[in-house]
Write a protein that binds this ligand. Sequence first.
Ligand code: PBG
Length: 326
Amino acid sequence: MVFPEYRPRRMRRTATMRALIRETRMTADQFIYPLFIIPGKNKREEVSSMPGVFRISVDLLEKEARECLELGVNSLLLFGIPETKDAMGTSAHIKDGIVQQAIRELKKKVPEMLVITDVCLCEYTSHGHCGCLINGEVDNDSTLEILAKIALSHVEAGADMVAPSDMMDGRVAEIRATLDEHNFEMVPIMAYSAKYVSSFYGPFRDAADSAPQSGNRKGYQMDPANIREAIREVSLDIDEGADIVMVKPAVAYLDVLAAVRQEFDLPVAAYHVSGEYSMIKAAAANGWIDGDAVMEETLLSIKRAGADMIITYFAKDMARILKNRR
Ligand code: PBG
């Protein structure tokens, strides 16, 4: 059936009709809101390159978490900015580390909030790399043990899920084994499986103070040119025990997201990263685009490409719009 018998516009005539045939929907409970935790008391500092995103101290977490729950955002992803850094990233796995404190505070005051933690070394090492350096190179195997220690310390503090973002080979298996050994076999792992070397992480590195002091991350994060390799990375993480796999960044990698969705049956997460957020904010601030509309269209496209959940700095803004709409 073709025109004039068939007319696609028939089903677009009214809002009700359009809603009836809408293929993709977003709900706030599919958003994960990243938070940057800093030492100190009553601290709330806006990240200059990420308007609307704040680095907050542990004592302000309860208020922040309640605000999220009120909007229907039930999951947080925690990043820590520690007091001190060293070559081995020791402050990442100490019992009273910044993230460990944050987890305990959240699970005590707002236990219904799902607390996910980023497991990585770059915020904690003096050199800013995601693993330990041996002869100037990020050493894979000696990093694994430290990553497992970090994950365990988070889970011991009460984390509901851990999310390794370092891109070392074998880290999911190492973390799974360590958690199981300590009877945390029910704590899932969300693996940053296809994480690309991306300039879209720029604003995050301001926020988390985690830019590499020398070199770059090309020796461990993925080449933006590759998609078959992403499938292989995801497949390896699943074999090692990942419960959720992730593609990161999101918008510039929607093809990767769609391919991963097609290939695997595990839940897929997409990380709408800092640069993707800041670009929309900047253009909106200049009056060049309608920020809210572009935000919604962007997040919708990530869902349409196949993401089950989206990690996004827009979580609260989008949730607020969805809430007011009903
Ligand atoms: C840590 C990490 C990074 C991001 C999440 N976890 C930065 C990086 O790999 O350099 C980026 C998130 C964002 O840009 O929003 N390795």
